[in-house]
Design a protein around this ligand. Structure first.
Ligand SMILES: Nc1ncnc2c1ncn2[C@@H]1O[C@H](COP(=O)(O)OP(=O)(O)O)[C@@H](O)[C@H]1O
Ligand SMILES: [Mg+2]
Length: 269
């Protein structure tokens, strides 16, 4: 698929990517919090059907970059492009409307709600019956069918959609959160540490789901500290260091050693 390359943000130099417009692009984006320069002219391109892993030390700017990509915060300077067109998110809802969904680390699942209710929380479908609709009675059947559809599409097995999620494993919860993102996002899925705090088996489950999301043709960007997972799931790796995007490598042309060297500064970009 890819030829060897070493240049910074080298996706653009690949023949396979030349004719493609990235779903999302950040170009020389900077962001400061008071005296802290969290991001310094960081750039990246996210393509449909590709998973990009963002790696870097604590404080490298990874989460800040994800928040900018998800429209949660605005960059001070630099340019964002969505499908080739300049875009400025004034509020996260604008990103949501473009088909961009973020799964945050704490997942924001509500323990006392069922799996279906969690998938549709805040976006409940009202009953087709006008009378029930008037009383804002939701269409449980339709929502359960939709939730089941997306779960089976992603190969996620959840014991019962009608039970509260309290008893679900960490892996199932993460998969459910990704499924929810898939149902409402059709362009870009943003994942902050999707396998953090999960065991081996559960991580494998989540990686399988991410794979399915890629196969559906969405762009995926995720932050991870787990090099094994990064190499298992990603097509390219963006290394961040001290607020800068210092290198992008095609995963298949790189190695754990190289990526760790770039993260620590032992290898110059
Ligand atoms: N809301 C904020 N207010 C002040 N400083 C922040 C804020 N968010 C992030 N920072 C700072 O910006 C830098 C980058 O943070 P972050 O993007 O969270 O890094 P990472 O996710 O790579 O660990 C850190 O020094 C962090 O303390
Ligand atoms: Mg972070």
């Amino acid at each position: 698929m890819a030829s060897p390359n070493t240049s910074i943000d080298s996706n653009e130099n690949l023949p396979s990517s030349l004719s493609r417009v990235p779903v999302m692009e950040a170009i020389n984006v900077s962001k400061s919090f008071g005296a802290v320069n969290a991001l310094i002219e960081a750039s990246t391109s996210l393509y449909s059907g590709e998973v990009k892993a963002i790696v870097g030390d604590n404080g490298a700017g990874k989460s800040t970059f994800l928040k900018i990509l998800s429209g949660l915060i605005q960059p001070d300077t630099g340019e964002m492009r969505f499908e080739g067109n300049p875009v400025k998110f004034e509020a996260p809802i604008q990103a949501l409307n473009l088909g961009i969904q973020t799964v945050y680390q704490d997942l924001a699942l509500i323990d006392t709600m069922t799996a279906t209710q969690n998938v549709f929380v805040g976006r409940e479908k009202l009953s087709p019956n006008p009378l029930l609709r008037a009383f804002r009675i939701v269409d449980d059947k339709e929502m359960t069918a939709n939730a089941m559809g997306v779960l089976s599409e992603l190969g996620i097995k959840i014991p019962s959609l009608k039970e509260t999620v309290r008893k679900m494993s960490g892996g199932q919860r993460q998969c459910l959160a990704i499924a929810r993102a898939m149902l409402f996002g059709h362009k870009l899925i943003i994942l902050d540490e999707p396998t953090a705090a999960l065991g081996v088996h559960e991580s494998a489950q989540v990686l399988t789901v991410i794979n399915k999301v890629r196969e559906k043709g969405l762009a995926v960007v995720l932050v991870s500290h787990n090099m094994q997972h990064v190499f298992e799931i990603s097509d390219s790796v963006l290394v961040m260091r001290l607020g800068k995007s210092i290198a992008t490598k095609r995963t298949e042309d790189s190695s754990t050693q190289e990526i760790v060297g770039l993260i620590t500064g032992a290898i110059a970009p």
